[in-house]
Design a binder for this molecule. Structure first.
Ligand code: ATP
Length: 471
């Protein structure tokens, strides 16, 4: 088996050649894109290992075309840090492995061996490994295969990953998988939900504080960055992070160091960053609510998780997986018949895998039969899930809106803001009623920051105490 090595630095080429030969490959070496293309035209290679900056140009730009011509030939890119973004962009176009320089030469040789062989980096192996690690990522749909492929690409490096996808699609699970299967598995996995922390505490949460930094700071506190030293820092709900904290986060990512609140020294930090959001960040950037430069910093390798409706063929496997999981947690052991699985697949799961999971757990508890078929399932579905909206069901809201517009149209200010405020007040009141005036729970249910809730309640002249008395 012959590997084509494109590397213009002679000493690096010698070392790589020796390592590949020790792994049993023959190596053909060249130094330019022109020579590479001539060789590719004349010979078949088992793999291509290539540097990025070459004497006759940027090797990456033409790799998409090479991959198209030889889709079965794995391509391994060697690159210095400053060409990361390009490398990642190129990797989106095909099946590439990516090695930032400096790299472990033996690991490179092993990677080439794996890429050429049966493919330890195949999507199935991630799934199997994940199950083995107790981190099940269930689903073999085409959409999930793409996700697995992306995961394998980031396991051997520390590139920043941005996981995108609707709520409940498994973003946190993917972040955990990247940690558990990657090179940092022996370090800590620290998750922080940036939306759940009050704005004034977020910096101290992330960067820590020194004793006496503010009232109540009775001892030095290490922030999540330092807690994640040597491991992975998972920044969840990044789209909801307050602006000021975004600025500090960006600085930390750029410099690789943090300063504790109230502290003077810069502390070096070493944590792999994986961020996630269910928000579309581009409109937030346009609205000035998310820093564009931070977005580019985080969005080095985007992994987009499909909504469950885009992979309904995974629903039977997921449902059976959750039934099994429920049984190991002490719920009755149930089976799902084929027609019941089909029926589940035809439902719309707006809350994605989380909604399906919760439903299946309730099903395990409430079903009367050990094997649930479609006939058993139907009444439980009707009972446990609100019926899909009938045509015309939105009429009540339509009428309310037109009446509001006709009667209360604000004389000054924009209609949009006034309409939102008009809707917000009864919504907040209803949720406060449900939670007996508990602002923490109300904020959780609404899915907004507790501080934002408190501020809006003040502006809307809503007193949570009143609901506590009533509730
Ligand atoms: N592919 C999957 N296989 C098995 N379980 C999954 C899968 N995807 C999600 N889950 C399960 O669904 C639930 C929701 O997943 P997770 O919390 O990772 O979603 P999320 O996208 O991070 O949600 P949010 O945006 O609301 O934080 C969890 O219980 C998780 O274990």
């Amino acid at each position: 088996m012959t590997v084509l090595l494109v590397e213009d630095d002679a000493s690096i080429a010698i070392v790589i050649t020796a390592a590949l030969e020790a792994e049993g490959f023959e190596v053909v070496h060249c130094e330019t894109i022109g020579a590479r293309d001539n060789l590719l035209a004349e010979h078949r290679f088992s793999a291509l290992v290539t540097d990025v900056m070459l004497p006759d140009g940027d090797g990456i730009e033409t790799l998409g075309a090479v991959h198209e011509r030889f889709p079965a030939m794995p391509i391994i890119i060697l690159s210095a840090q400053n060409t990361l973004d390009t490398a990642v962009r190129a990797s989106d176009t095909g099946a590439f492995e990516y090695f930032p320089k400096p790299f472990d030469i033996d690991e490179l040789a092993r990677t080439v061996r794996q890429a050429v062989g049966a493919g330890a980096a195949s999507p199935e192996s991630v799934e199997d490994a994940a199950i083995g690690e107790g981190l099940p990522l269930v689903g073999r749909s085409a959409a999930m295969q793409t996700v697995y492929r992306m995961i394998t690409r980031v396991l051997r490096n520390d590139l920043t990953v941005l996981i995108l996808g609707e709520s409940g699609t498994g973003k946190e699970l993917v972040a955990e998988a990247i940690h558990q299967l990657g090179g940092r598995r022996d370090g800590p996995f620290v998750a922080v939900n940036t939306a759940a922390i009050p704005a004034e505490l977020i910096e101290s949460e992330l960067f820590g504080h020194e004793k006496g930094a503010f009232t109540g700071a009775v001892a030095r506190h290490l922030g999540k960055f330092e807690q994640a030293e040597g491991g992975t820092l998972f920044l969840d709900e990044i789209g909801d992070m307050p602006m000021q904290a975004q600025t500090r986060l960006l600085r930390a990512l750029q410099s690789g160091s943090i300063r504790r609140v109230g502290g003077r020294e810069e502390v070096k930090v070493d944590a792999r960053i994986v961020a996630a959001t269910n928000k579309d960040l581009e409109p937030l950037i346009a609205a000035g609510q998310f820093r564009e430069d931070l977005y580019y910093r985080l969005n080095v390798v985007p992994i987009t998780l499909p909504a469950l409706r885009e992979r309904t063929d995974d629903i039977p496997a997921l449902a059976r997986h959750f039934l099994k999981a429920a049984a190991t947690e002490g719920l009755p052991r149930r089976q799902l018949s084929g027609d019941a699985a089909d029926l589940l697949s035809r439902q719309s799961w707006r809350g994605n895998v989380r909604e399906l999971r919760n439903f299946v757990y309730r099903l395990a508890l409430l079903a009367r039969e050990d094997t649930i078929d479609a006939a058993n399932l139907k009444p439980l579905l009707d009972q446990m899930r609100p019926a899909p909206a009938e045509p015309g069901e939105g009429d009540a809201i339509d009428t309310a809106v037109s009446r509001w517009l006709a009667e209360v149209r604000p004389v000054s200010g924009t209609v949009y803001d006034a309409a939102l405020a008009a809707f917000e007040r009864p919504l907040f009141a209803e949720i406060l009623r449900e939670t007996g005036g508990n602002q923490v729970r109300a904020a959780q249910q609404l899915g907004i920051n507790r501080n934002t809730l408190r501020k809006r309640l003040g502006e809307l002249a809503l007193d949570p105490e009143e609901f506590a008395r009533r509730g």
